[in-house]
Design a protein around this ligand. Structure first.
Ligand code: PLP
Length: 378
C-alpha cells in the first residue's frame, strides 16, 4: 500500500520504534518513584524534554509539557490562556476541529469569533486586527492547515497580538517536521504539537508555554495534578515520550528532505492537473506545506475516490481524516467554495519516507481511480 495520508498520521521511524520498544523493555518505571528504577525513568523523561526543546528552538525545557495528544495540548493552552481578563476568543474559520471545539469549550460566556479566510485559505488579517481591537482577546491560529497545507502569515498574526495586547496560541501540529519551527522566536504565548505527525508515536502531544501558568488557571484545567507543571495528573507515558524525543532528534534530517518531498508533490500535482479534466489545487496561490496537495476532482465524490484508491493500493483522504464521511470539509467551504465542491476535495499528503517510485505510481492510480469512480449522481 502506498501511503499518502501523512497529515492524518505518519509512520514512526525505525529509530522511534526501537526507542519505544527499549523503553518498554528496560525503562518502565514510574518517574515519580524515589528508588533507582524510578530515578532512571525520571532521567529519561527529562532527557526527552531536553531533546524535544532543542529540536523546536526552546531554550528552557521547562516550557514544554508532555500531553497525550495535540487535542489535549490545545485544550490545556486554552485553559491556561483564557484568564478572566480575556473577553473574546478569535480563531480562524479554517482551524482544525480540535481548535474550534476548544474555543467553544473554553468560551465560558465569552464571544467566539471565527475570522474568515480568502479563496487561498489565508486568514483575513484586517478582520483579525479589527476584532482584536474590540477587547482583550485570546487569538488562536493554525500555522499550517491540515487539509490544504496553507501556511499562515504568523509574523503578522504575532504583531497583531502584540499591538492589541492579545494572548496568542499557535496550533503547530501540522507544521512540525515539515517547516522549521523555533517556538521561542515566533512570538506566541502557547503552541501545540503532536508526536505522531512528525514520525513519533501516537499518545504523545506537546504544549509549549512561554510563561508558567498562573495558579488560578491551574484550577481550571480538566485534570490538574502533580505532573507536568501541575497541568496533568497521572503517570507519564514514558515510552511514547521517549519515542517523541527520538523523532525530535531526527527532525532536522527530515526538514533537510523537504525540498525533495516538495518536488515529488509538485510532480504529482501537475500530473493530476494534466490527466483529470478541470481539476484544481485548493490554496495553490498560497505558501503551503511542502508535502500537501488538496485537489478538486470535478464530478467525483472524494469519499468514493478514497475507497477506489484504497482498493487500488493508495491511501489518501477526503477532508480531515477525523471528519471523513461525516460532513463536507469546513475548510474548503470557508474558502468560499460550494458544499458540492467541498465534497470533491481530495487530500494527498507525502512524507520524508515517500519515494519517487511511489509518487510516480500514485499518478497512474489517481487516473485509474478517476475512471473507475462513477460521476456524482449516477
Ligand atoms: N491540529 C491540527 C492542525 C491537526 O491536523 C490535528 C490532527 O489532525 C490536531 C490539531 C489534533 O492532533 P491530535 O490528533 O494529536 O489530537
Amino acid at each position: 500500500m502506498i501511503y499518502l495520508d501523512n497529515n492524518a498520521t505518519t509512520r514512526p521511524l525505525p529509530e522511534v520504534v526501537e526507542a519505544v520498544t527499549e523503553a518498554l523493555r528496560s525503562n518502565w518505571g514510574n518517574p515519580s518513584s524515589a528508588h533507582a528504577i524510578g530515578r532512571k525513568a525520571r532521567e529519561a523523561l527529562e532527557h526527552a524534554r531536553h531533546a524535544v526543546a532543542s529540536a523546536f528552538g526552546v531554550a528552557s525545557p521547562d516550557s514544554l509539557v508532555f500531553t497525550a495528544s495535540g487535542t489535549e495540548s490545545i485544550n490545556l493552552a486554552f485553559a491556561c490562556l483564557s484568564s478572566p481578563e480575556v473577553r473574546q476568543i478569535l480563531v480562524s474559520a479554517t482551524d482544525h476541529s480540535a481548535v474550534l471545539r476548544a474555543a467553544g469549550r473554553w468560551a465560558e460566556g465569552r464571544k467566539v469569533v471565527q475570522i474568515p479566510v480568502d479563496v487561498n485559505g489565508l486568514t483575513d488579517l484586517e478582520a483579525l486586527h479589527r476584532e482584536a481591537e474590540k477587547g482583550p482577546s485570546l487569538i488562536s491560529v493554525g500555522l499550517a492547515n491540515n487539509e490544504t497545507g496553507v501556511l499562515s502569515d504568523l509574523r503578522s498574526v504575532a504583531s497583531i497580538s502584540r499591538e492589541t495586547g492579545a494572548v496568542l496560541h499557535v496550533d503547530a501540529v501540522q507544521a512540525a517536521g515539515k517547516v522549521p519551527l523555533h517556538l521561542d522566536g515566533i512570538g506566541c504565548d502557547a503552541a501545540s504539537l503532536s508526536a505522531h505527525k512528525f514520525h513519533g508515536p501516537s499518545g504523545c502531544g506537546l504544549l509549549y508555554l512561554r510563561k508558567r501558568p498562573f495558579a488560578s488557571n491551574l484550577a481550571r484545567v480538566p485534570a490538574p495534578g502533580h505532573h507536568e507543571l501541575g497541568l496533568r495528573a497521572g503517570t507519564e507515558n514514558l515510552s511514547a515520550i521517549v519515542g517523541c524525543a527520538a523523532a525530535a532528534n531526527l527532525l532536522q534530517q527530515g526538514l533537510d528532505l523537504m525540498p525533495h518531498v516538495s518536488l515529488l508533490r509538485d510532480r504529482l500535482e501537475s500530473a493530476v492537473l494534466k490527466n483529470i479534466p478541470d481539476s484544481e489545487v485548493h490554496g495553490k496561490d498560497s505558501m503551503r506545506l511542502p508535502n500537501t496537495t488538496n485537489l478538486y476532482i470535478p464530478g467525483r465524490n472524494a469519499s468514493d475516490l478514497v475507497s477506489a484508491l484504497s482498493r487500488l493500493g493508495l491511501a489518501v483522504s477526503s477532508g480531515a481524516a477525523c471528519s471523513n464521511g461525516i460532513s463536507a470539509s469546513h475548510v474548503i467551504k470557508a474558502m468560499g467554495f460550494t458544499e458540492e465542491r467541498a465534497n470533491s476535495a481530495l487530500r494527498l499528503s507525502l512524507s520524508r519516507l515517500t519515494t519517487a517510485e511511489e509518487a510516480e505510481a500514485a499518478i497512474s492510480l489517481m487516473e485509474r481511480a478517476y475512471r473507475l469512480t462513477p460521476l456524482i449522481g449516477r
